[in-house]
Design a binder for this molecule. Structure first.
Ligand code: PEP
Length: 250
C-alpha cells in the first residue's frame, strides 16, 4: 500500500513568523497518521518550520535546490545546507521554475540525483502546457519528463522519489483537471516507470496530482487508484484548508 502524500507548496508566500502561526494551527489539528503531510516553504521560513514541526510527523520541504554541494553559485542553496537545516523534502522542476528560471530536464535530473544522494526526498513535477494538451501531446511530454528526471537512478532511489503530475494549465487557475483525466495520465506515468525500471518499482512509486486542488475537489482525486495524494499551491496557504486536505486523503 502506498502512503498518500499531501504537500503544500507555499511558493513565494509567508515570512518565518507567519510560518510559525501556521504551524501552531497544524499542531492543534487531528491529522491522520496514515497520510504524509508536508509543507514546502520559502528557504527563510524553513528553520522556523523545522523547529515547530519536528516530532509532529509533518514534514518540511524546500521548493528548489542546486545540484552542486557548494561553490560559486550566487543566490543558490545546496542539498547539504537543507539537510543541515533539518529539511526532508524538496520540490524539483516545478513548472514555474521551468518557465521562469530556465529549469530543464537536464537540471531536473541533476537536482533529483543530488537530492537523493544527500538524503532528501524529491517531489518531481511533470506536466503538459495547454498547447501541448490541445495538440494531443500530453503523454509524450510527460513520458519525456519522467524518463529524463529519473535517468540513472537505482530502483531504490526511484521508489523514494515522489512524482507530481501537474498540468501547467491547471496550476493556480482554478481549473482543475477532471479526476478521470488526471487518473489516466498518472496511470500512464506508472506504466512509464514500469517500462524504465520494473513493475515492482512502479507499484511503489507515489504519484500525486497537482493543479487547483482544494477541499471541495480533493475526494475525486484521492479515489483514483493511481493518484497517491496532491501537491497543493493556493489552498495550502490557509491552515484550515490544508488540514482539511490532509484529513480528506486518508
Ligand atoms: C502548485 O503550485 O504546485 C499548484 C498546484 O498550485 P495550485 O494548487 O494553486 O493550482
Amino acid at each position: 500500500m502506498r502512503k498518500p502524500v499531501i504537500a503544500g507548496n507555499w511558493k513565494m508566500h509567508k515570512t518565518a513568523e507567519e510560518a510559525v502561526s501556521f504551524a501552531a494551527e497544524l499542531k492543534q489539528a487531528d491529522l491522520p497518521g496514515e497520510v504524509e503531510a508536508v509543507i514546502c516553504a520559502p528557504f527563510l521560513a524553513l528553520p522556523a518550520l523545522v523547529e515547530e514541526l519536528t516530532g509532529t510527523g509533518i514534514g518540511v520541504g524546500a521548493q528548489n535546490v542546486h545540484f552542486e554541494q557548494q561553490g560559486a553559485f550566487t543566490g543558490e542553496v545546496s542539498v547539504p545546507m537543507l539537510k543541515a537545516a533539518g529539511v526532508t523534502y524538496v520540490i524539483i522542476g516545478h513548472s514555474e521554475r521551468r518557465a521562469y528560471f530556465a529549469e530543464t530536464d537536464e537540471t531536473v535530473n541533476k537536482k533529483v540525483k543530488a537530492a537523493l544522494n544527500g538524503g532528501l526526498i524529491p517531489i518531481v513535477c511533470v506536466g503538459e502546457t495547454l498547447e501541448e494538451r490541445e495538440n494531443d501531446q500530453t503523454k509524450e511530454v510527460v513520458r519525456k519528463q519522467v524518463k529524463a528526471a529519473s535517468a540513472g537512478l537505482s530502483s531504490d532511489e526511484m521508489k523514494k522519489t515522489i512524482i507530481a503530475y501537474e498540468p501547467v494549465w491547471a496550476i493556480g487557475t482554478g481549473k482543475a483537471s477532471t479526476a478521470e483525466d488526471a487518473e489516466e495520465v498518472c496511470s500512464f506515468i506508472r506504466k512509464t516507470v514500469a517500462d524504465q525500471f520494473d513493475q515492482q518499482v512502479a507499484n511503489e512509486v507515489r504519484i500525486q496530482y497537482g493543479g487547483s486542488v482544494k477541499p471541495e475537489n480533493i475526494d475525486s482525486f484521492i479515489k483514483q487508484p493511481n493518484i497517491d495524494g496532491a501537491l497543493v499551491g493556493g489552498a495550502s496557504l490557509n491552515a484550515g484548508s490544508f488540514i482539511q486536505l490532509v484529513q480528506a486523503a486518508k
